[in-house]
Design a protein around this ligand. Structure first.
Ligand code: A2P
Length: 340
Protein backbone atom coordinates (compact mmCIF):
# COMPACT_ATOMS: atom_id res chain seq x y z
CA UNK A 1 0.00 0.00 0.00
CA UNK A 2 1.40 3.41 -0.90
CA UNK A 3 1.94 5.92 1.91
CA UNK A 4 -0.71 8.64 2.20
CA UNK A 5 0.61 12.03 1.08
CA UNK A 6 -0.52 15.54 1.93
CA UNK A 7 -0.94 18.93 0.29
CA UNK A 8 1.23 21.22 2.38
CA UNK A 9 1.54 25.02 2.44
CA UNK A 10 4.22 27.10 4.14
CA UNK A 11 3.05 30.62 5.03
CA UNK A 12 6.05 32.90 5.55
CA UNK A 13 8.08 30.65 3.27
CA UNK A 14 10.65 33.34 2.46
CA UNK A 15 11.42 34.07 6.13
CA UNK A 16 14.02 32.72 8.46
CA UNK A 17 11.83 30.07 10.06
CA UNK A 18 9.79 29.42 6.91
CA UNK A 19 12.94 28.54 4.96
CA UNK A 20 13.97 26.14 7.72
CA UNK A 21 10.47 24.62 7.74
CA UNK A 22 10.94 23.77 4.06
CA UNK A 23 14.34 22.20 4.80
CA UNK A 24 12.87 20.19 7.71
CA UNK A 25 10.05 18.85 5.48
CA UNK A 26 12.74 17.74 3.01
CA UNK A 27 15.18 16.32 5.57
CA UNK A 28 12.52 14.40 7.48
CA UNK A 29 10.96 13.11 4.27
CA UNK A 30 7.52 14.38 5.21
CA UNK A 31 4.98 12.73 2.84
CA UNK A 32 4.27 15.75 0.62
CA UNK A 33 1.89 15.40 -2.33
CA UNK A 34 2.09 19.08 -3.27
CA UNK A 35 3.82 22.09 -1.78
CA UNK A 36 2.72 25.73 -1.85
CA UNK A 37 4.91 28.63 -0.79
CA UNK A 38 3.14 31.71 0.57
CA UNK A 39 4.52 35.10 1.60
CA UNK A 40 3.66 38.77 1.23
CA UNK A 41 3.04 40.52 -2.08
CA UNK A 42 6.66 41.69 -1.96
CA UNK A 43 7.90 38.16 -2.63
CA UNK A 44 5.68 37.35 -5.59
CA UNK A 45 8.00 36.61 -8.51
CA UNK A 46 10.53 34.79 -6.33
CA UNK A 47 11.01 31.06 -6.56
CA UNK A 48 11.91 28.58 -3.84
CA UNK A 49 13.03 25.01 -4.27
CA UNK A 50 11.71 21.83 -2.72
CA UNK A 51 13.42 18.48 -3.29
CA UNK A 52 15.14 19.75 -6.41
CA UNK A 53 12.09 21.37 -8.02
CA UNK A 54 11.42 25.09 -8.15
CA UNK A 55 8.08 26.61 -7.07
CA UNK A 56 6.80 30.21 -7.31
CA UNK A 57 6.10 32.16 -4.13
CA UNK A 58 2.42 33.14 -4.06
CA UNK A 59 0.79 35.94 -2.15
CA UNK A 60 -0.90 34.78 1.06
CA UNK A 61 -4.63 35.48 0.76
CA UNK A 62 -7.83 34.22 2.33
CA UNK A 63 -8.24 31.90 -0.66
CA UNK A 64 -4.77 30.33 -0.43
CA UNK A 65 -5.88 27.19 1.41
CA UNK A 66 -8.41 25.44 -0.84
CA UNK A 67 -7.24 21.80 -1.12
CA UNK A 68 -4.42 22.27 1.41
CA UNK A 69 -4.30 19.63 4.19
CA UNK A 70 -1.65 21.14 6.46
CA UNK A 71 -0.31 24.70 6.60
CA UNK A 72 2.82 25.62 8.54
CA UNK A 73 2.63 29.31 9.46
CA UNK A 74 5.55 31.54 10.38
CA UNK A 75 4.64 34.95 9.04
CA UNK A 76 4.16 36.93 12.26
CA UNK A 77 1.35 37.10 14.81
CA UNK A 78 -0.88 39.53 12.95
CA UNK A 79 -0.76 37.47 9.77
CA UNK A 80 -1.59 34.27 11.66
CA UNK A 81 -4.42 35.91 13.50
CA UNK A 82 -5.89 37.14 10.24
CA UNK A 83 -5.34 34.15 7.94
CA UNK A 84 -5.30 31.00 10.13
CA UNK A 85 -9.11 31.04 10.59
CA UNK A 86 -9.60 31.16 6.80
CA UNK A 87 -7.22 28.23 6.40
CA UNK A 88 -9.08 26.27 9.07
CA UNK A 89 -12.42 27.12 7.48
CA UNK A 90 -11.16 25.67 4.21
CA UNK A 91 -10.51 22.38 6.06
CA UNK A 92 -6.77 22.84 6.39
CA UNK A 93 -5.00 22.24 9.73
CA UNK A 94 -2.73 25.11 10.73
CA UNK A 95 0.45 24.64 12.76
CA UNK A 96 1.29 28.16 13.80
CA UNK A 97 4.67 29.37 14.97
CA UNK A 98 3.53 32.80 16.10
CA UNK A 99 2.27 33.75 19.55
CA UNK A 100 -1.21 34.61 18.21
CA UNK A 101 -3.00 31.41 19.26
CA UNK A 102 -0.77 29.92 21.93
CA UNK A 103 -2.79 30.87 24.98
CA UNK A 104 -6.21 30.27 23.40
CA UNK A 105 -7.69 27.56 25.65
CA UNK A 106 -9.12 25.81 22.59
CA UNK A 107 -5.79 25.67 20.77
CA UNK A 108 -3.28 22.99 21.77
CA UNK A 109 0.28 24.12 22.50
CA UNK A 110 2.62 21.24 21.81
CA UNK A 111 6.17 20.10 22.46
CA UNK A 112 6.13 16.56 21.00
CA UNK A 113 8.54 15.19 23.64
CA UNK A 114 6.26 16.42 26.45
CA UNK A 115 2.56 16.56 25.51
CA UNK A 116 1.97 14.83 22.15
CA UNK A 117 -1.52 13.86 23.36
CA UNK A 118 -2.54 17.54 23.18
CA UNK A 119 -2.41 17.42 19.35
CA UNK A 120 -5.90 15.85 19.52
CA UNK A 121 -7.20 19.34 20.36
CA UNK A 122 -6.61 20.44 16.75
CA UNK A 123 -10.25 19.47 16.20
CA UNK A 124 -11.46 22.48 18.22
CA UNK A 125 -10.32 25.24 15.88
CA UNK A 126 -8.19 23.53 13.23
CA UNK A 127 -5.15 25.26 14.74
CA UNK A 128 -2.20 23.92 16.74
CA UNK A 129 0.29 26.36 18.24
CA UNK A 130 4.05 25.92 18.30
CA UNK A 131 5.43 27.30 21.59
CA UNK A 132 7.95 30.10 21.94
CA UNK A 133 11.51 29.02 21.08
CA UNK A 134 12.83 29.55 24.63
CA UNK A 135 9.93 27.61 26.10
CA UNK A 136 10.39 24.61 23.78
CA UNK A 137 13.99 23.86 24.78
CA UNK A 138 13.25 24.42 28.48
CA UNK A 139 10.33 21.98 28.28
CA UNK A 140 12.44 19.33 26.50
CA UNK A 141 14.92 19.48 29.41
CA UNK A 142 12.44 19.85 32.27
CA UNK A 143 9.55 17.60 31.25
CA UNK A 144 11.34 14.37 32.32
CA UNK A 145 12.18 15.99 35.67
CA UNK A 146 8.60 17.18 36.11
CA UNK A 147 7.19 13.71 35.38
CA UNK A 148 9.57 11.99 37.83
CA UNK A 149 9.95 14.36 40.76
CA UNK A 150 7.49 17.19 40.18
CA UNK A 151 8.52 20.84 39.88
CA UNK A 152 7.78 23.55 42.44
CA UNK A 153 9.68 26.48 40.97
CA UNK A 154 11.74 27.45 37.93
CA UNK A 155 14.14 30.39 37.73
CA UNK A 156 15.37 30.86 34.17
CA UNK A 157 17.63 33.37 32.45
CA UNK A 158 18.04 33.22 28.69
CA UNK A 159 20.82 34.21 26.30
CA UNK A 160 18.95 34.42 22.99
CA UNK A 161 20.28 34.53 19.46
CA UNK A 162 19.35 37.31 17.04
CA UNK A 163 17.94 34.86 14.47
CA UNK A 164 14.85 34.74 16.68
CA UNK A 165 14.08 38.28 15.47
CA UNK A 166 14.16 37.36 11.77
CA UNK A 167 16.43 38.03 8.84
CA UNK A 168 16.78 41.77 9.48
CA UNK A 169 18.24 41.10 12.91
CA UNK A 170 20.84 38.71 11.51
CA UNK A 171 21.91 41.43 9.07
CA UNK A 172 21.95 44.00 11.88
CA UNK A 173 24.35 41.96 14.04
CA UNK A 174 26.56 41.26 11.04
CA UNK A 175 26.64 44.89 9.85
CA UNK A 176 27.13 46.36 13.33
CA UNK A 177 29.96 43.95 14.15
CA UNK A 178 31.76 44.88 10.92
CA UNK A 179 31.12 48.58 11.50
CA UNK A 180 32.37 48.52 15.10
CA UNK A 181 35.55 46.64 14.19
CA UNK A 182 36.23 49.32 11.59
CA UNK A 183 35.35 52.14 14.04
CA UNK A 184 32.42 53.18 11.85
CA UNK A 185 29.03 54.47 12.92
CA UNK A 186 26.41 51.74 13.19
CA UNK A 187 22.67 52.05 13.05
CA UNK A 188 20.19 50.16 15.25
CA UNK A 189 16.94 49.44 13.45
CA UNK A 190 15.68 46.11 14.80
CA UNK A 191 16.72 46.62 18.44
CA UNK A 192 16.60 49.84 20.49
CA UNK A 193 20.36 49.62 21.17
CA UNK A 194 23.38 48.15 19.38
CA UNK A 195 23.40 44.36 19.63
CA UNK A 196 27.03 43.90 18.52
CA UNK A 197 29.31 43.47 21.57
CA UNK A 198 26.28 44.00 23.81
CA UNK A 199 23.53 42.20 25.77
CA UNK A 200 19.97 43.53 25.82
CA UNK A 201 17.72 42.52 28.74
CA UNK A 202 14.72 43.24 26.57
CA UNK A 203 12.94 40.75 24.28
CA UNK A 204 9.49 41.66 22.93
CA UNK A 205 7.56 44.50 24.58
CA UNK A 206 7.51 45.53 28.24
CA UNK A 207 4.33 44.77 30.16
CA UNK A 208 2.74 46.58 33.09
CA UNK A 209 4.25 44.14 35.62
CA UNK A 210 7.78 45.14 34.55
CA UNK A 211 8.45 41.87 32.75
CA UNK A 212 8.74 41.56 28.98
CA UNK A 213 6.20 39.66 26.92
CA UNK A 214 8.88 37.07 26.12
CA UNK A 215 9.41 36.46 29.85
CA UNK A 216 5.69 36.01 30.46
CA UNK A 217 5.45 33.68 27.45
CA UNK A 218 7.93 31.38 29.20
CA UNK A 219 5.82 31.46 32.37
CA UNK A 220 2.38 30.96 30.81
CA UNK A 221 3.33 28.56 28.02
CA UNK A 222 5.28 26.27 30.39
CA UNK A 223 2.25 26.00 32.68
CA UNK A 224 -0.05 25.28 29.74
CA UNK A 225 2.19 22.57 28.24
CA UNK A 226 2.82 20.82 31.56
CA UNK A 227 -0.84 21.33 32.48
CA UNK A 228 0.10 22.64 35.90
CA UNK A 229 -0.73 26.19 36.97
CA UNK A 230 0.89 25.66 40.36
CA UNK A 231 4.48 25.79 39.10
CA UNK A 232 6.16 29.04 40.20
CA UNK A 233 8.20 30.42 37.29
CA UNK A 234 10.25 33.57 36.91
CA UNK A 235 12.19 34.47 33.77
CA UNK A 236 14.71 37.04 32.57
CA UNK A 237 15.18 37.00 28.80
CA UNK A 238 18.26 38.57 27.22
CA UNK A 239 19.25 39.08 23.58
CA UNK A 240 22.94 38.38 23.02
CA UNK A 241 25.20 38.82 19.97
CA UNK A 242 24.93 35.18 18.83
CA UNK A 243 23.50 34.27 15.41
CA UNK A 244 21.98 30.85 16.14
CA UNK A 245 20.98 28.94 19.31
CA UNK A 246 19.46 30.12 22.54
CA UNK A 247 21.25 29.25 25.80
CA UNK A 248 19.45 29.10 29.14
CA UNK A 249 20.55 29.00 32.74
CA UNK A 250 17.84 27.08 34.59
CA UNK A 251 17.39 26.60 38.31
CA UNK A 252 14.70 24.07 39.05
CA UNK A 253 13.29 23.25 42.47
CA UNK A 254 11.78 19.79 42.46
CA UNK A 255 8.83 18.46 44.45
CA UNK A 256 10.90 15.60 45.89
CA UNK A 257 14.56 15.41 46.82
CA UNK A 258 16.82 14.71 43.88
CA UNK A 259 20.55 14.37 43.24
CA UNK A 260 22.39 15.90 40.29
CA UNK A 261 23.57 12.43 39.25
CA UNK A 262 19.99 11.17 39.14
CA UNK A 263 19.06 14.09 36.87
CA UNK A 264 22.01 13.28 34.61
CA UNK A 265 20.95 9.61 34.34
CA UNK A 266 17.38 10.60 33.58
CA UNK A 267 18.27 13.20 30.94
CA UNK A 268 20.82 10.92 29.29
CA UNK A 269 17.89 8.78 28.11
CA UNK A 270 15.32 11.54 27.64
CA UNK A 271 13.78 12.06 24.17
CA UNK A 272 15.21 15.00 22.25
CA UNK A 273 17.99 15.57 24.81
CA UNK A 274 21.75 15.20 24.38
CA UNK A 275 23.65 15.25 27.64
CA UNK A 276 26.89 17.21 27.22
CA UNK A 277 28.30 17.31 30.72
CA UNK A 278 31.96 16.53 31.30
CA UNK A 279 33.43 19.68 32.87
CA UNK A 280 36.85 18.06 33.37
CA UNK A 281 37.16 17.89 29.60
CA UNK A 282 35.61 21.36 29.18
CA UNK A 283 32.53 19.71 27.72
CA UNK A 284 29.24 21.57 28.19
CA UNK A 285 26.49 22.74 25.82
CA UNK A 286 27.59 25.45 23.38
CA UNK A 287 25.53 27.56 20.98
CA UNK A 288 27.82 26.72 18.07
CA UNK A 289 27.44 22.98 18.72
CA UNK A 290 23.65 23.16 19.01
CA UNK A 291 23.29 25.10 15.74
CA UNK A 292 22.24 23.07 12.72
CA UNK A 293 20.90 20.04 14.60
CA UNK A 294 17.70 19.16 16.46
CA UNK A 295 18.68 17.94 19.92
CA UNK A 296 18.50 20.08 23.05
CA UNK A 297 21.91 20.04 24.69
CA UNK A 298 21.91 19.88 28.49
CA UNK A 299 24.90 20.14 30.82
CA UNK A 300 26.47 21.84 33.84
CA UNK A 301 23.97 19.82 35.89
CA UNK A 302 24.76 20.45 39.52
CA UNK A 303 23.16 20.65 42.94
CA UNK A 304 21.95 24.08 44.03
CA UNK A 305 23.76 24.23 47.36
CA UNK A 306 21.77 27.23 48.58
CA UNK A 307 18.45 25.42 49.06
CA UNK A 308 17.10 21.88 49.32
CA UNK A 309 15.89 19.93 46.30
CA UNK A 310 17.11 22.20 43.53
CA UNK A 311 19.30 21.69 40.50
CA UNK A 312 21.12 24.09 38.18
CA UNK A 313 21.66 23.38 34.50
CA UNK A 314 22.63 24.96 31.17
CA UNK A 315 20.34 24.20 28.24
CA UNK A 316 21.09 25.07 24.60
CA UNK A 317 19.17 24.45 21.36
CA UNK A 318 18.98 25.73 17.80
CA UNK A 319 16.17 28.29 18.08
CA UNK A 320 15.24 28.13 14.40
CA UNK A 321 15.22 24.32 14.21
CA UNK A 322 14.00 22.75 17.50
CA UNK A 323 12.83 26.17 18.73
CA UNK A 324 10.58 26.63 15.69
CA UNK A 325 10.69 24.70 12.40
CA UNK A 326 11.56 21.19 13.60
CA UNK A 327 9.04 21.33 16.42
CA UNK A 328 6.33 22.38 13.94
CA UNK A 329 7.17 19.55 11.54
CA UNK A 330 7.28 17.06 14.45
CA UNK A 331 3.75 18.18 15.35
CA UNK A 332 2.69 17.62 11.73
CA UNK A 333 4.19 14.13 11.92
CA UNK A 334 2.11 13.28 15.01
CA UNK A 335 -0.95 14.72 13.31
CA UNK A 336 -0.68 12.52 10.22
CA UNK A 337 0.40 9.42 12.18
CA UNK A 338 -2.31 9.56 14.83
CA UNK A 339 -5.20 11.56 13.42
CA UNK A 340 -5.36 11.98 9.62
P1 A2P B 1 8.08 38.51 2.78
O1 A2P B 1 9.45 37.91 2.61
O2 A2P B 1 7.32 38.56 1.51
O3 A2P B 1 8.09 39.81 3.55
P2 A2P B 1 11.27 36.84 9.01
O4 A2P B 1 10.69 36.48 10.33
O5 A2P B 1 12.50 36.12 8.66
O6 A2P B 1 11.40 38.33 8.84
O7 A2P B 1 10.15 36.39 7.91
C1 A2P B 1 8.80 36.75 7.97
C2 A2P B 1 7.99 35.96 6.92
O8 A2P B 1 6.63 36.36 7.00
C3 A2P B 1 8.42 36.25 5.49
O9 A2P B 1 8.23 35.10 4.69
C4 A2P B 1 7.45 37.35 5.08
O10 A2P B 1 7.23 37.45 3.69
C5 A2P B 1 6.19 36.84 5.74
N1 A2P B 1 5.21 37.91 5.93
C6 A2P B 1 5.35 39.03 6.66
N2 A2P B 1 4.22 39.78 6.59
C7 A2P B 1 3.36 39.12 5.78
C8 A2P B 1 2.03 39.36 5.30
N3 A2P B 1 1.36 40.45 5.66
N4 A2P B 1 1.47 38.44 4.47
C9 A2P B 1 2.13 37.35 4.13
N5 A2P B 1 3.38 37.05 4.55
C10 A2P B 1 3.99 37.91 5.36
Amino acid sequence: MSEKKYNVAVAGATGNVGTQMITCLEERNFPVKSIKFLASKRSVGRKLSFKGDSFPVEELTKESFQDIDIALFSAGGGTSEKFAPFAAKAGCIVIDNSSAWRMDPEVPLVVPEANPHAVAGYKNKGIIANPNCSTIQMIVALNPIYRKWGIKRIVVSTYQAVSGSGKKAIDELFDQTRAKINSLECESKVYPHPIAFNCLPHIDVFLENGYTKEEMKMVNETRKILEDDNIAITATTVRVPVFISHSESINVETGESVLADEVKSLLEKAPGVKLVDDPEKNLYPLAIDAAGQDLTLVGRIRQDESIQNAINMWVVADNIRKGAATNAVQIAEILIKEYL
